[in-house]
Design a protein. Structure first.
Length: 342
């Protein structure tokens, strides 16, 4: 069960009443972090030989915000972006999916983070290169937090990527946790360990208190094993980390599926069959699907199944976003249930 569940329910009800009687607008989920321009050569071409690149955007937190908005949730995302066409492109693409971006901070003299994705058919896998050092987003600080927007939100979602970008980003995440707790928001946190951004010792020292403070934690089995020495088997891993962090944990296990554990119920569910087109963003789709159903007070099993279905659909779609609909997710789940009954 989620920590502080009763307290959160009271807060959510009071906020909804305020909105019903003409109060300020509400966000189901607020999040922030770095979003980069994603540059991709045509399918299956090498970056080295490409003469053109497709421009899109991607970032763990904005991916979750977009996915949730497409599922009908009211989401807000902010970051620090350069005040130039690159920053405006990122803002505009995220906004067109229904995400509130009104709290973006514009910088006149800082750069946009970039990353390059090269797809490939077996035996050649996809490759990713990052060019994000000294980006505008890495300069986020606690002074940039829109505290008024926190007071109008139900849920805060953050990831370890933001905490890894810089000391000021690390402080920003810590203060955001503190403010969210004061405002009685439910907090979810995706470990999302990225080895090029920081060393294991610093990551563990920073991420452990965040995992302990969050109500819901998403972590890949491989990261739990590498960072904390958790058991290698997914269910044992979920039990191990939940006993240390408390709250609800979701352990993803690559293409094998995921496990959810709240200390009382532990459930393991396999991934849904899918034709993999693009792996980037699948973990964010899983997180968005689980958060969506937990916002609706669904049972843990329903939340996990929904998240895995959204992740399966994302794997079949190029780009970082799960460009799908709630109806498509529910149809996939219905077909999956029918096939299992046969």
């Amino acid at each position: 069960m989620l920590r502080h569940y009763a307290r959160s329910c009271v807060t959510i009800c009071s906020k909804r009443l305020a909105e019903f009687w003409g109060g300020v607008g509400m966000f189901d989920v607020i999040t922030f972090g770095e979003t980069m321009l994603r540059l991709t050569p045509p399918p299956n071409q090498r970056l080295e030989g490409a003469t053109e690149l497709q421009v899109n955007v991607g970032g763990a937190e904005s991916n979750v915000a977009v996915n949730l908005a497409r599922l009908g949730k009211r989401t807000a995302w902010f970051s620090r972006l350069p005040a130039n066409p690159l920053g405006h492109t990122a803002r505009n693409i995220i906004r067109q999916h229904g995400v509130d971006v009104s709290h973006v901070i514009w910088s006149e003299d800082q750069r946009m983070g970039l990353y390059f994705v090269e797809s490939g058919l077996p035996p050649r896998g996809a490759l990713v290169w990052y060019d994000r050092q000294y980006s505008a987003a890495s300069q986020l600080s606690p002074d940039d937090l829109p505290l008024e927007a926190f007071s109008r939100s139900r849920w805060l979602h953050l990831t370890g990527i933001t905490a890894a970008l810089s000391p000021t980003c690390r402080a920003c995440v810590r203060v955001a946790f503190e403010q969210a707790r004061k405002q009685n928001l439910t907090i979810s946190f995706d470990v999302n360990y990225r080895a090029p951004l920081w060393d294991v010792k610093t990551a563990v020292r920073t991420l452990t208190p965040l995992c302990e403070a969050a109500d819901v934690v998403f972590v890949a089995r491989r990261d739990a094993v590498q960072l904390w020495g958790a058991p290698d088997e997914a269910s044992e891993c979920a039990d191990w980390v939940q006993r240390r962090w408390g709250g609800t944990v979701v352990v993803s296990d690559s293409q094998r599926g995921a496990v959810i554990n709240d200390g009382e119920t532990l459930l393991s569910r396999p991934s849904l069959p899918t034709q993999i087109v693009d792996r980037v963003g699948a973990g964010d789709a899983l997180a968005a699907g689980v958060i969506c159903r937990l916002l609706e007070h669904a049972a843990l099993e329903d939340a996990l199944r929904f998240g895995l279905a959204l992740a399966a659909l994302k794997l079949s779609i190029p780009g970082d976003f799960a460009l799908t609909t709630r109806e498509e997710v529910e149809t996939l789940l219905e077909k999956r249930s029918e096939s299992q009954r046969r």
